[in-house]
Design a protein around this ligand. Sequence first.
Ligand code: XIL
Length: 362
Amino acid sequence: MKTKLHIAIPLLVLAACAPMPGMASTPSPTIAIIESPRVAPTLAQSLRGAAFDRKILIGAGGANPDPLRTDPAYGQTMAREFSALTPGNAMKFGPIHPAPDTYDFRDADAFVDFAQANAMQVRGHTLVWHDEQPKWLEQGTFTRDQLLAIMRDHIATVVGRYRGRIYAWDVVNEAINDDGTMRESFWYKTIGPDYIDQAFRFAHEADPNAKLIYNDYAAEGSGTKSDAVYAMVKGMKERGVPIDGVGLQSHFTITPPRLADIDANIKRLSALGLDVHITELDVRLRLPADAAALAQQASVYRDYLRMCLANSNCRMFVLWGFTDKYSWIPGKFPGFGAGLIFDEQYDPKPAYYAMMDVLNGK
Ligand code: XIL
């Protein structure tokens, strides 16, 4: 599917706005576009424009294929404001590999094409997870070797299809429990704890230039889980496993983990030679949200982005969505919502202006 965009940012400048942090070269994107009745910002007025030259990608995650096709403001706003995107579900095992010999790449292709057309980088999400798996996989009976072969084949097929077009992959998602033990997922039980190393090796085989990331929640700051993630990735580095970084999901409330603790965690990961991506930030509010709550929310976005920018290994700052219109929060946390930086009418909220201020050095 080709999506028509309506934005008025000069194309060459726009293309220059999606650097690949930590990568040698930026491929020159092909760009289709122009003409804009609704949105005609100058470059400096968009997040991606303000982030230009800051060695950080600003991303819209949880990207949803339906509004990309039906709600023009969705794609327009995303392309105008963000230099990266993460498909919400399209690349998960269940949706993309629904039967043993069937892959469905339609939505994933749409996002990769859209990103390329708009000079955005893509985070691939996610290859190996305990959730959103197809029935054939979850209910099948496999030996260790059979399941390793399935994993390798899946990774070779999905990562291989987009080789050279995806900046980073969340190779393994949420493998550790809150108490720091390994989650006894289907993968763990059949393959054993080395399934994680194996997944990273397979991903590296399939695209040696993609950044390979371990992604998890509630491991942002200090604590048992964060220590367990740190210990695991340290071991991976010592064993020579091709891991490039850790994703901190960051599904927050207005009382997030202490920023000093997250800062210390990012620094200890840096000392291992690892990048950090903020991968799924949202700051949910109890509904209805009043002006005071929106201001507190803006502070969380402001302080977190400032801290990320202050760490050179913090290379991506990705939200889980960007407009409250399509957020996962109300479905997941009843009574909560309004967690993103644009409201349901695509109007910027205080959190948006807070991010702009930080990116503009204020
Ligand atoms: C969520 C999606 O946003 C929802 O649409 C889906 O129903 C469930 O998954 N951590 C992750 C994401 O890594 O994949 C999850 O996305 C949110 C939590």
